[in-house]
Design a protein around this ligand. Structure first.
Ligand code: ZN
Length: 305
């Protein structure tokens, strides 16, 4: 383990990827308060919500209002997930300056849901890129299930490359590999990360792991060893995935912070503040959360002096 980075950037996605999978609808004011708590904890990148159709994802219907309430925060990127051009328009209207598109790497999933190949979906994002550029909004893309999907199992690397190239073709150079199905394994993650970093050096990469089979932390380690330095996490391990049976949430942010703090990897984020927010979230949602550190405390909290 000689190749771990000295610092990483964590994006907190609990307010989006987490809350969109919860039955409880939190009041807008509570979301704003949580978002301000995350900013105070030191996050420089936060996924605030999404501009999906409110009927499809009612939990995110007030994302616009959350943006309006918080405004621009210097030095902090507040990003939102969008499905299409309408999402860019909502971003413009509420003052959101960073949007993220998503496509499934599963050909069958994409064909079944959208009657398009993943590459056709990405080519269709060209209008979003143009509108975002015209309005001073940064735009990134995500590839969901790049490692494996419930429909076809392992995804061939060539398929992932072809989607990356489709993104590059429409002018998107910030790309997230998002293991929504929680089916990635460390050796595959290492190989894919090392390969795409070398092949597409112009890309700013993000990695997004769900802990469905307990491998998210190992996958983060594998990605770090391959040189990756940008990761998503969800406070309290909040989340799931609507179309993946038994899906668990994202890796808990405080678990990643504990790993980094104990290993000397700088994150700039205060784990104690994040744990307090996770406890608050546990109260708000009224159920236990999937976070080791939240359950057991930090190792250093146990050392008696
Ligand atoms: Zn996710």
């Amino acid at each position: 383990m000689n190749h771990l980075p000295s610092a990483i950037t964590l994006c907190e996605v609990g307010l989006r990827d987490g809350l969109q999978n919860e039955k409880t609808l939190l009041p807008t004011a509570t979301k704003v308060e949580l978002l301000q708590g995350l900013i105070d904890a030191g996050f420089k990148v936060i996924e605030v919500g999404s501009f999906m159709h409110p009927k499809a994802v009612p939990q995110m219907a007030d994302t616009d209002e959350v943006y309006q309430a918080v405004g621009e925060v210097p030095g902090v990127e507040l990003r939102a997930l969008i499905p299409n051009l309408r999402g860019v328009k909502r971003a413009v209207d509420c003052g959101c300056k960073k949007v993220k598109l998503n496509v499934s790497a599963s050909r069958q999933h994409n064909l079944k849901n959208l009657n398009m190949t993943p590459e056709q979906s990405v080519a269709g994002f060209a209008d979003c890129v143009k509108a975002a550029e015209e309005n001073g909004i940064a735009i990134s893309g995500s590839i969901s299930m790049p490692f494996a999907s419930p429909w076809e199992g392992r995804i061939p690397l060539a398929d992932v490359e072809s989607i990356i190239e489709a993104y590059l073709k429409v002018g998107i150079t910030e790309i997230s590999l998002s293991d929504a199905s929680g089916m990635g394994v460390p050796n595959q993650v290492y190989q894919m990360c090392a390969h795409v970093r070398e092949r597409y050096p112009q890309v700013s990469w993000w990695l997004h792991f769900h802990n469905t089979r307990g491998l998210a932390m190992a996958n983060i380690m594998a990605a770090m060893e391959a040189g990756m330095t940008q990761f998503d996490g969800s406070f309290g391990g909040l989340g799931g995935c609507p179309f993946v049976p038994g899906a668990a949430g994202n890796i808990s942010t405080e678990d990643v912070l504990n790993l980094c703090d104990e290993s000397g990897i700088v994150t700039g984020i205060d784990i104690v503040k994040v744990m307090a927010l996770s406890r608050r979230m546990r109260e708000l949602l009224g159920h236990d959360l999937d976070s080791c550190v939240l359950r057991a405390g930090r190792a250093k909290d146990l050392i008696l002096d």
